[in-house]
Design a protein around this ligand. Structure first.
Ligand SMILES: O=P(O)(O)OC[C@H]1O[C@](O)(CO)[C@@H](O)[C@@H]1O
Length: 254
C-alpha cells in the first residue's frame, strides 16, 4: 500500500486527478470504477476542467459505479444516477452507453447484480477503482461485517450510514434502507485502487484501514491485501498518525 498525504482537500483532489488523468491520457481505453459521496467531487471538478480545456478526454473510457440505492429510480434527485450525471457525466465527453450504474428499481435485484459483474468482466475488468470511505470503514456500501468474498449484491444499510447520508434527503425516513453495491471482492478485483479521504472525521477509519487488523468489521482494511492500492489523504485525515507533517508533501510505503 502506498500512502500519499496532501495538505488539504483541494491538493488531495488535485493529486488524485493528476494520477488518474495521467493513466487516462496514456491508455485512453481505461475502465474506471467510480464512487459517489462528497469526497471525489474535487477530483471530478479537476477532470471537468481538464476536459473543458482540451487536455483530457473520456471518449474511450468506460465507467462502473460502485453502488445505487435500492428503490430510487434513475431520475430521482438523490439517486446515484442523478448524482453522477450532475457532478460529472454531463460535463465530460464520456459516451453515455459506456457508463454503468446498478439499477435501483430492478424487478430482480439478484439477477441484476450478476449481470453487473458480467458487464465488468466483459469490459476487461476495472483498471482503476476510486473509493471514498465511511466513518465506520465502509467502502461502496459494504458495511462492517460484509463478506470479503462478496461480488455485487444487495445490502441493508446501517443506521449510521443512513444518518450520514440523510443530509441529502428531506428526512431520515426518505433515505432508502437497502442498496446494490459492488462487493469487496469486486473492489479487490480492480487492478489498482485509489482511496480518497479528507477531514478529521475519517481519521479513525483511515488509520484502522491502514494499520489495523484486516477484518470484515472494518471493510476498508481488506485493501491492505491489495497489490496496488494508494491512499490519497489530506492532513486532517491522518491527524492521529504519529508523524510530523510540517515538511509538506508526504509519501509512505507500508
Ligand atoms: O465521501 P463521503 O460523502 O464522506 O462519503 C463516504 C462514503 O459514504 C458513501 O457516500 C456511502 O454512504 C460512499 O459512497 C462514500 O465512499
Amino acid at each position: 500500500m502506498k500512502i500519499l498525504i496532501e495538505k488539504d482537500y483541494e491538493t488531495m483532489s488535485l493529486r488524485a486527478a493528476e494520477i488518474t488523468a495521467a493513466e487516462i491520457k496514456k491508455r485512453r481505453r481505461l475502465v474506471l470504477g467510480l464512487a459517489t459521496g462528497s469526497t471525489p467531487l474535487g477530483m471530478y471538478r479537476k477532470w471537468i476542467e481538464l476536459v473543458k480545456s482540451g487536455q483530457l478526454s473520456f471518449a474511450e473510457v468506460t465507467t462502473f459505479n460502485l453502488d445505487e440505492y435500492l428503490g430510487l429510480p434513475a431520475d430521482h434527485p438523490q439517486s446515484y444516477h442523478s448524482f453522477m450525471q450532475e457532478q460529472l457525466f454531463r460535463h465530460i465527453d464520456v459516451k453515455p452507453d459506456h457508463t454503468h450504474i446498478p439499477n435501483g428499481v430492478t424487478p430482480d435485484a439478484v439477477k441484476q447484480c450478476k449481470e453487473y459483474e458480467r458487464l465488468i468482466h466483459q469490459a476487461g475488468g476495472i483498471d482503476i477503482q476510486i473509493l471514498g470511505i465511511g466513518q465506520n470503514g465502509h467502502i461502496g456500501f459494504n458495511e462492517p461485517g460484509e463478506d470479503f468474498g462478496a461480488l455485487t449484491h444487495v445490502v441493508r444499510l446501517q443506521e449510521s450510514t443512513r444518518k450520514a447520508n440523510a443530509r441529502f434527503f428531506s428526512r431520515l425516513e426518505d433515505v432508502p434502507t437497502h442498496a446494490i453495491t459492488m462487493g469487496l471482492k469486486s473492489i479487490m478485483n480492480a487492478r489498482q485502487v485509489l482511496l480518497l479521504a479528507a477531514g478529521s472525521d475519517k481519521s479513525d477509519a483511515v488509520y484502522k484501514a491502514m494499520y489495523g487488523e484486516v477484518t470484515e468489521q472494518l471493510p476498508a482494511s481488506v485493501l491492505q491485501l491489495h497489490p496496488n492500492c494508494i491512499f490519497i489523504l489530506d492532513e486532517a485525515a491522518v491527524s492521529n498518525l504519529p508523524i510530523d507533517l510540517t515538511s509538506g508533501r508526504w509519501e509512505m510505503a507500508k
